[in-house]
Structures are given as C-alpha cells and as structure tokens.
Write a protein that binds this ligand. Structure first.
Ligand code: HEM
Length: 197
C-alpha cells in the first residue's frame, strides 16, 4: 500500500524522500506550464495538449510519470545509442560513405536502418534484461524454481568468441540486404561482418 506508507511515514523513508525530491522540479515545471501555456513547444507542452488515450487531460501525476519515463528510459538510451552510432561510423568510413550516398540519393532508409540495428547490436545500451520466474522453468537444460531471478545477458552474448570476431568490422551491408529480402537469413544469428561494406 504505497499511499498508506507514504502518508504514515512520509520523508522518513529514504526512497520516498528521494522520490519526492526527484518529483519536485518536474511538478514545478508542470505547474509553470499550466499557469502560462502560451508559446511553449517542448515535450511537456505537447503532453499537456495531447491528453491521454481517451482524450481526457492528463493529471499532474500522469504527466510526471511520462516525463520521468522520458528522462530515465528514453533520453539516456537514445542519446547513448546515437553517440555510439556516430563513433561507429567514424571508425568505418566505408559505412559512412554508403550511408551518406543513400541519404543524398533519397533512396529510402534500408541502410540507415541497418546502421542503427548494427549499432544497437554491437554497442547495446542496456546490457541485460532481468526477470523473476513465476513458476519452475527450464532454461538451457537447467530446471530453475519459481522466484529465481534470471537475466538474459546481452553483454555476455556479445563477448562470446564467435561473436567477438564478427564485431571487428561492420555488418550493415548484409543487414540492409536482409531487410530488402526478408527471406535471406531470416531468423538466423547475425552473420560475419563484411569489412568496408
Ligand atoms: C535506443 C533506444 C532504446 C533502447 C535500446 C531501449 C531498450 C529497452 C529495453 C532492452 C527494454 C526492456 C528492459 C527489460 O524488459 O528488462 C526497454 C524497456 C522500456 N523502454 Fe526502452 N529503449 C530505448 C528507448 C526508449 C524510449 C525513447 C522510451 C520512452 C520514451 C523507452 C521506454 C521504455 C519503457 C517504458 C520500458 C519498460 C517497458 C515495460 O516493460 O513495461 N525506451 N527499453
């Protein structure tokens, strides 16, 4: 009962105090937007104007949750991935040239898509996905009891010898071809890189 705990114990619980401290500037910003909405074009203004799925205005708490999601889950993931994308392209001038060619020639975005996917594969911004089992589950020949915490480790998968070799160059060319021909390599593991493609 988070509401009861919050009311009864208030800021004496460190995580509640921390959450309130994090909420404060967001709630102040929401109040400022509501008080003077004119001329604002930022994401908060868009959220206030858009409302919820049923069109009803979002409450302060709903707006705070949306902003927090953007800050915590959306901003850092996207900006880190973009930074790695630029880094990867600088290190693979062949890929950069091909991407610039595709963009300049207005020939769709198959190669751009492949570059983004390859960046996400080789520089995953989230290195594992953690779950708690709700029932006995067999994974890789081991039967694990309920309540076991399991993690799909993207980082470990990337460190496997078979994958490390492939990560030395860029696989965007093959990825882009696979996208234009979905039957090619569908469902397969990533293929060896093509240097300079
Ligand atoms: C390059 C960009 C991004 C990457 C690589 C990424 C990656 C991921 C991954 C791997 C998960 C699953 C985590 C898990 O299940 O344990 C996840 C969940 C989530 N992401 Fe992202 N994300 C990105 C951008 C964003 C953006 C822009 C937003 C919101 C504006 C967002 C919001 C969320 C939310 C709300 C969840 C939890 C979904 C749920 O389980 O209910 N993400 N993301």
């Amino acid at each position: 009962m988070p509401g009861l705990a919050e009311r009864a114990l208030g800021s004496r619980l460190p995580w509640i105090a921390a959450r309130r401290a994090a909420d404060r500037p967001i709630l102040e910003e929401i109040a400022a937007h509501r008080a003077s909405p004119e001329g604002r074009e930022d994401i908060l203004a868009l959220l206030i104007a858009a409302g919820g799925e049923d069109g009803a205005p979002l409450s302060d708490e709903e707006l705070r949750d949306q902003v927090m999601t953007l800050l915590v889950a959306g901003h850092e993931t996207t900006s880190t991935t973009l930074a790695w994308c630029f880094e990867r392209l600088q290190r693979h001038p062949g890929c950069l040239a091909r991407l610039q060619e595709e963009i300049a020639g207005e020939r769709g975005d198959a190669y751009l898509d492949a570059v983004v996917n390859e960046t996400l594969r080789t520089r995953p911004v989230i290195d594992q996905a953690v779950r708690t089992l709700t029932g006995p589950t067999e994974i890789g020949g081991y039967t694990l009891p309920a309540r076991t915490t399991v993690a799909a480790s993207i980082r470990s998968w990337r460190s496997r010898r078979s994958c490390v070799r492939r990560s030395d160059a860029c696989a965007c060319g093959r990825r882009a071809r696979r996208r234009s021909d979905p039957s090619a390599g569908a469902g397969s593991r990533p293929r060896p890189h093509e240097a300079g493609s």
